[in-house]
Design a protein around this ligand. Structure first.
Ligand code: NAP
Ligand code: G3H
Length: 477
């Protein structure tokens, strides 16, 4: 792996006629190129994965685990080069890039450990009325086959691995389609698994624009499972096209931070600002709206202003920053339009509202109302709306009116109130007194409504990508 220019050609794509140039969101410079695979090449990769599955599924679990442990070690050995690549390819700041890599190594090791602790079970027939001990079931877990793993741009190493590692340990083979911006990282990840001893054909990377090869691969008859993380828009399209194929999907969100009148406001403000703005808000779990009760709104806002003013803005190659240029101009335009819409409809700009190219400054709006787009849409960028509410019920109602249901936070010193709110929120996870976030990675992670299908998290992902098999013994006497 080199530091400056990344030119990658996949072994399966020697005949690729076309390449896609990958440019850095930091300065638009070309940092590498990846093949734009044809349907024929995608098909070849899927056929290889299908054939290899018959061998890989029978490799003993402890041998599969050894490969994963090695991959985790190799990943850490490449910390510096991968950090630089993450920074240049997806514009991540150094601290976040480092943490993505070390978190991924932890994820891989924990996946191997967890798989070893997932045991089958035996069930005796006489636990059901009318049956006796002469009938019992031996229940084991089987891989499902060829997994299609499609990952987004914002965690090109970690969110790819969160699909690949549980799939592999479960005995599946994988077709991995990285986000195009992020595919240089994806290719390096593939090399790491290869260097760790993963046999050829077990992990197969297909590069190319989702808009071009996406439909072909998601409807390919030899794909047995689709594990997708990305936008709700693309997730819905995939779910409409995939027939009789199980889906695991982590999609968009509009996570609310609900602040009650007895909350520790200094603590809440620190958490909310960190949760909303790290990596410029380009996280599915970023705090994307504040619902605060009127009694404490002014005080909370004064603390929010103090915290937001501490954020560092700029080019992560020059200094440690929180706010980086957004991934592309389309993304920056989208966020900017939300800001303009809020301003035009009378929201009060508390902070920010400035843009230089694709660098959108951290922006905070008060008095956001439900007719404004920013009240409902996912910006995937650094703009945070505050909606004032009269009471807890109004906060819960507004939170639940969203089409999304990934996570919510509730800030309060009263645990009963926290549970009262949490029980009524239509989301996968409620964080009591914390920002919304995915980790730790062995916790269940899921979205309801348009935020997803199924549950990720290390054990949950392994279980999702394996199926139960029962062999029923009937004793004769
Ligand atoms: P995206 O545009 O939906 O792309 C995600 C992946 O889907 C990319 O690999 C993309 O490839 C591919 N793709 C695009 N069109 C496709 C098609 N027709 N068929 C199959 N694959 C297709 O999302 P993104 O911009 O990378 O990520 C941002 C979004 O992801 C946000 O909405 C965010 O909330 C969501 N997200 C959710 C989670 C979660 O866990 N809930 C985590 C991270 C991100 P190309 O890059 O080649 O287009
Ligand atoms: O972007 C979506 C990720 O799943 C968020 O993960 O909460 O660890 O940043 P995170």
């Amino acid at each position: 792996m080199g530091n400056n220019k990344y030119k990658n050609k996949l072994s399966i794509s020697k005949e690729a006629q076309q390449y896609i140039q990958i440019t850095s969101p930091l300065d638009d410079s070309v940092i590498g190129e990846v093949p734009a695979l044809s349907q024929k090449e995608v098909d070849r990769a899927v056929q290889l994965a299908k054939v290899t599955f018959r061998i890989w599924k029978d490799v003993p679990l402890n041998e599969r685990a050894e490969i994963l442990y090695k991959a985790a070690n190799i990943l850490l050995e490449h910390m510096d080069t991968l950090t630089n690549l993450l920074m240049r390819e997806v514009g991540k700041d150094r601290k976040s890039a480092n943490s993505e890599i070390s978190r991924t190594a932890d994820f891989i090791r924990f996946t191997a450990d967890t798989a070893k602790s997932i045991h089958g079970e035996s069930i005796q027939g006489d636990t059901f009325s009318g049956f006796n001990k002469e009938k019992f079931a031996v229940v084991t877990r089987e891989p499902v086959g060829v997994i299609l793993a499609i990952s987004p741009f914002n965690y090109p190493i970690n969110l790819a691995t969160s699909k690949i590692a549980p799939a592999l340990i479960g005995g599946n083979t994988v077709i991995f389609k990285p986000a195009t911006t992020g595919s240089l990282c994806g290719i390096e990840l593939g090399k790491i698994f290869k260097d760790a001893g993963l046999p050829e054909g077990v992990l197969n990377i297909i590069t190319g624009r989702g808009s071009e090869i996406g439909d072909y691969v998601v409807t390919h008859p030899d794909i047995n499972f689709i594990n997708f993380t990305g936008s709700t828009e693309v997730g819905v399209k995939i779910s409409e096209k995939a027939h009789m194929v199980p889906l695991l999907m982590e999609l968009g969100g509009k996570d609310a931070a609900i602040v009650l009148k007895d909350a520790d406001l200094v603590f809440a403000a620190k958490n909310i600002i960190a949760g909303a703005f790290s990596y410029s808000g380009q996280r599915c779990t970023a705090v994307k709206r504040i619902l605060v009760v009127n009694e404490v709104a002014d005080l909370l806002i004064s603390h929010l202003k103090e915290e937001i003013s501490k954020l560092q803005v700029g080019n992560p190659l020059e200094k440690q920053v929180d706010i980086v240029p957004l991934i592309n101009t389309k993304a920056a335009d989208y966020v900017w339009n939300l800001i303009e819409d809020a301003k035009a409809k009378g929201a009060q700009l508390i902070y920010g509202g400035k843009r230089e190219g694709n660098l959108v400054y951290p922006t905070l709006f008060d008095y956001v109302t439900t007719d404004m787009r920013v009240a409902w849409e996912e910006p995937f960028g650094p703009v945070l709306p505050i909606l004032r509410v009269n009471n807890v019920d109004e906060a819960v109602n507004l939170a639940n009116q969203s089409e999304y249901g990934l996570q919510s936070s509730v800030f309060t010193e009263n645990l009963s109130d926290a549970f009262h709110v949490a029980n009524r929120l239509e989301v996968g996870t409620v964080q009591v007194n914390n920002k919304t976030e995915r980790g730790p990675d062995h916790f269940p992670f899921l979205g309801v409504k348009k935020s997803g299908i199924g549950t990720q998290g290390i054990r949950y992902s392994i279980e999702a990508m394996t199926r139960v098999k029962a062999t029923v013994i009937n004793l004769k006497h």
